[in-house]
Ligand binder design. Structure first.
Ligand code: COS
Length: 393
């Protein structure tokens, strides 16, 4: 994989070294052995052994760097996605599922789970979406009622990645009577908590473990509350602010692979007495693909760099993360579509690399906030800035 973008000023030497390591991560055999659950568990374990999962948690709890570093997450996701979507998924979900613990967990919650996440011993999941609350996350209706010795959760969560194989779920539930984003809290729910059941496994066009789960009188202890009661919605959004840029990085990895496959194909495929690469039409297509990739990479790494630089000062980078995810996933889809077109019949043949990429990129425009939500976030921000410029505080 081309790593020349790591010369851009967004990066420190540690990111270049990390990218070289991530590119070398070999998951070949793991991707073929057993069903999807087994493959995913093996990938998590092997990613743990390789040390890459240490970039999903901070140093104090088994991580590689002092704090959760957005650029490191993006660099690893891009390299893994270049190789395989399931490897990227296994890495990303360890970070997303444990992100709220890193951001708001108590010392004891962090000590219980983060070191195990970092070595691949435990699998994490993020449980926000519900059948009637996907894009409108604040409409969630799962409830958590306090009782004498803990909390009792009731409700349904769906599209939960790692559902069925996770060791714990970061569950968002309503603890107050306030409607909307107020009154939502986060809970750390172990997979074996009484009352938690996987109700349905969901099959995707690019398979990974994902499920609908039910919480019926699911009892957890008092110390399962994650962060401050009532601040769960903000915690979910803060977690997504970090991981949305990294979804853009995964899209970049897929798009780079599509470009490389297209270049190799164009240089060898002969047509009308020349190679495809000799044709100006092909050259223009490759030019469009390469430009789209660089544009997306600039936005992804700007967002990651800004979060790393500004987080300590408490400055939000929601807009930048939204721009990165929106642009990289949407343009990634177009780049891969162009790759399929260049490959002709081979592009739609089951088992070809570009056919796999075509399936793998699609969900990225939907999960962790669909493109429409990212456009909404950016649009609202633009209007808010305009209003502030008119009447400064
Ligand atoms: N960081 C911290 N706080 C945030 C925040 C962020 N990134 N985004 C919003 N908030 C806060 C707001 O400041 C506001 O706080 P106050 O009530 O104190 O003013 C509160 O949260 C509500 O914010 P807002 O009014 O913007 O919420 P909305 O209900 O309008 O929802 C969207 C905003 C649509 C952006 C949100 O629901 C969303 O991101 N939806 C997509 C969900 C998603 O990604 N689902 C996939 C799950 S993982 S696969």
């Amino acid at each position: 994989m081309d790593l020349t973008h790591l010369d851009w000023p967004f990066f420190d030497p540690v990111h270049r070294t990390l990218a070289e390591r991530a590119v070398r991560f070999d998951c070949g055999a793991l991707l073929r052995e057993g069903d999807i659950d087994r493959r995913c568990r093996s990938l998590v374990r092997t990613l743990g052994e390789s040390g890459l999962l240490r970039y999903c948690v901070p140093e104090a709890h088994g991580g590689a760097l002092l704090a959760l570093d957005s650029r490191a997450l993006c660099v690893v996701r891009e390299a893994l996605a270049y190789r395989d979507g399931l490897a990227d998924f296994a890495f990303a979900m360890q970070g997303l599922g444990s992100g709220a613990i890193t951001l708001a967990g108590t010392d004891s919650q962090r000590a219980s789970w983060l070191p195990r996440i970092a070595c691949g011993e435990a699998i994490a999941a993020f449980a926000l979406s519900e059948p009637e609350a996907g894009s409108d996350a604040a409409a969630l209706s799962t409830s958590a009622l306090r009782d004498r010795d803990g909390w009792v959760l009731n409700g349904c969560k769906t599209w939960i990645s790692n559902g069925g194989i996770a060791d714990f779920y970061c569950v968002f539930a309503r603890t107050g009577t306030d409607a909307g984003s107020r009154g939502i809290s986060a809970f750390l729910v172990p997979a074996d908590a009484p009352g938690l059941a996987i109700a349905e496994r969901i099959e995707l066009i690019a398979p990974h473990p994902i499920a609908r789960m039910e919480l019926r009188g699911c009892r957890v202890s008092t110390d399962a509350l994650l962060g401050t009661e009532g601040d769960g919605f903000k915690l979910a959004m803060q977690t997504l602010d970090i991981f949305r840029a990294s979804v853009g990085a995964a899209a970049l990895g897929f798009a780079r692979r599509a470009l490389d496959e297209s270049i190799a194909h164009a240089r060898t495929r002969r047509m009308f007495g020349a190679t495809l690469a000799d044709r100006e039409l092909t050259q223009a297509t490759l030019g469009d693909m390469a430009s789209a990739i660089d544009a997306a990479a600039l936005l992804v790494y700007r967002a990651a760099w800004m979060r790393d630089a500004r987080d300590a000062r408490g400055v939000r980078t929601t807009r930048e993360a939204a721009m990165a995810k929106l642009t990289a996933t949407e343009s990634g889809q177009r780049v891969i579509d162009a790759a399929v077109q260049l490959h002709g019949g081979l592009g739609v043949t089951k088992g070809s690399t570009v056919e796999r990429l075509y399936r793998e990129i699609r969900a990225l425009r939907i999960y962790e906030g669909a493109s429409e939500i990212q456009r909404l976030i950016i649009g609202r921000d633009v209007l808010q800035r305009a209003a502030q410029a008119e009447s400064p505080p």
